[in-house]
Write a protein of this length. Structure first.
Length: 408
């Protein structure tokens, strides 16, 4: 099957960011499919017009430089989304396809997907990574009633024209069906890359030994975006409380985003920066396994907004792949998993003092840590392994292209 795969912010392991699309595309090629990825090049540098093409593990990737970063204004981001929408539509229309697949965000990627699918008279499959426009409306980021109506219409357009929808969490799937009842929807969350996160203990030992501030001290890590939705300052305040109980605890933040400077300033104001709290710019995905291997615990945070509970953040599944307990500060399906399995902590989202006390207690509890690591590993192997979830993904595509029966 020839698949046109549209993802505005595609990353490979040498880049900083999630590699879901890379992993799915290369596995499709290994199964005998032909895959053309249409994406943007957002690396810093002089902008060059025109498409460039690379071949990565058999996947043909078409890149067009469209600048984007988390520090951009909302209006500037919308411009980047619209620009890629037009470019991708023109590019996709020229490529041969038996199926067109598009993955959000942004929601605008559905437009070139639908256009290309209709021109080629082939099925269109849409993947929902964030529930738009419901989440930005709940956050107060989308207040204009006209824009709300346009965004809602775009979501309806995407779901109406999709032969099937893939949602990254149960809550996202519920949102799709609530907006468009009867839409065939399959939940395929982000995945645990077990092979990638299998690290040599000697590499972990060298990592810890190379940082005087770490050594053999307990460390909690946060890896990922420092955007408005993430609320990483929660961890800084929690570790401030935790170190009053145990001064040797450490917090490492690895990432980038609009809230980088405010988070750094808060750590400095609390007297933690450079001693307890260490902040590193984003690193390639290939470097995360050693960082997580050196961690005592990982973490994932969001601001206290109900719609954000339905996230499927890569950092959660990376922790499972690395067999590391994870601390989160939100409810929903991931909180239920942690409570049911013991693979981590669910912290009070409104009380950083109690969160700090919980972290201090568990980061030194060797028996609890051992049980939590084992539980995280079981989740990674039995429910969220990349190979296991890819089987579901390929089944959806084959079914949409009528290569498999509807009840498969």
């Amino acid at each position: 099957m020839r698949i046109v795969y549209i993802h505005q912010y595609y990353c490979n392991p040498g880049m900083a960011g999630g590699i879901r699309s890379y992993e799915q595309a290369r596995r499709l090629v290994a199964r005998g499919h032909t895959v053309d990825v249409i994406t943007t090049d957002i690396t810093p540098g002089v902008r060059q017009l025109g498409w460039t093409t690379t071949v990565e593990d058999g996947v043909t990737v078409h890149w067009f430089r469209v600048p984007y970063n988390n520090n951009m204004s909302y209006a500037r981001r919308l411009r980047a989304f619209a620009e890629f929408m037009v470019l991708a539509a023109a590019k996709a229309a020229k490529l041969r396809a038996d199926l067109v697949f598009a993955t959000s965000t942004p929601l605008t990627v559905a437009v070139p997907g639908v256009i290309a699918a209709k021109l080629r008279r082939v099925p269109f499959v849409f993947e929902v990574r964030d529930l738009w426009p419901e989440v930005p409306i709940e956050m107060g980021a989308l207040r204009n009633p006209v824009l709300r109506k346009v965004a809602g219409g775009l979501a309806n357009f995407a779901y109406r024209n999709a032969s099937e929808v893939i949602a990254l969490s149960p809550g996202m799937a519920d949102g799709v069906v609530a907006r468009r009842p009867g839409t065939p929807t399959t939940v395929i969350p982000n995945a645990a890359d077990l092979d990638l996160f299998r690290v040599d203990p000697e590499d972990v030992r060298r990592f810890r030994a190379s940082h005087d501030w770490l050594g053999d001290r307990p460390m909690i890590v946060y890896t990922g975006a420092l955007g408005v939705v993430n609320g990483v300052e929660y961890l800084v305040r929690a570790i401030h409380t935790a170190t009053k109980l145990d001064p040797d605890l450490r917090l490492l933040i690895v990432g980038h985003g609009k809230e980088w400077e405010p988070t750094k300033e808060l750590a400095a104001q609390l007297g933690l920066l450079g001693s307890v709290v260490h902040m590193w710019e984003k690193v390639p995905k290939s470097e995360l396994p050693t960082i997580l291997g050196a961690a005592t615990m990982s973490s994932s945070t969001v601001r206290p907004i109900r719609g954000l509970w339905d996230n499927s953040a890569n950092k959660f599944f990376d922790a499972l792949a690395a067999s590391r307990p994870i601390a989160i500060n939100y409810g929903g399906w991931q909180a239920d998993l942690l409570r049911e399995t013991g693979a981590g902590l669910v912290l009070d989202p409104s009380d950083t003092e109690s969160a700090g006390s919980e972290l201090a207690r568990h980061l030194r509890d060797d028996l609890w840590l051992k049980r939590a690591r084992d539980a995280a590993h079981r989740l990674a192997v039995e429910q969220f392994s990349r190979d296991l979830l890819f089987e579901k993904f390929e089944t959806v595509l084959n079914r949409s292209a009528r290569l498999e029966p509807a009840n498969s």
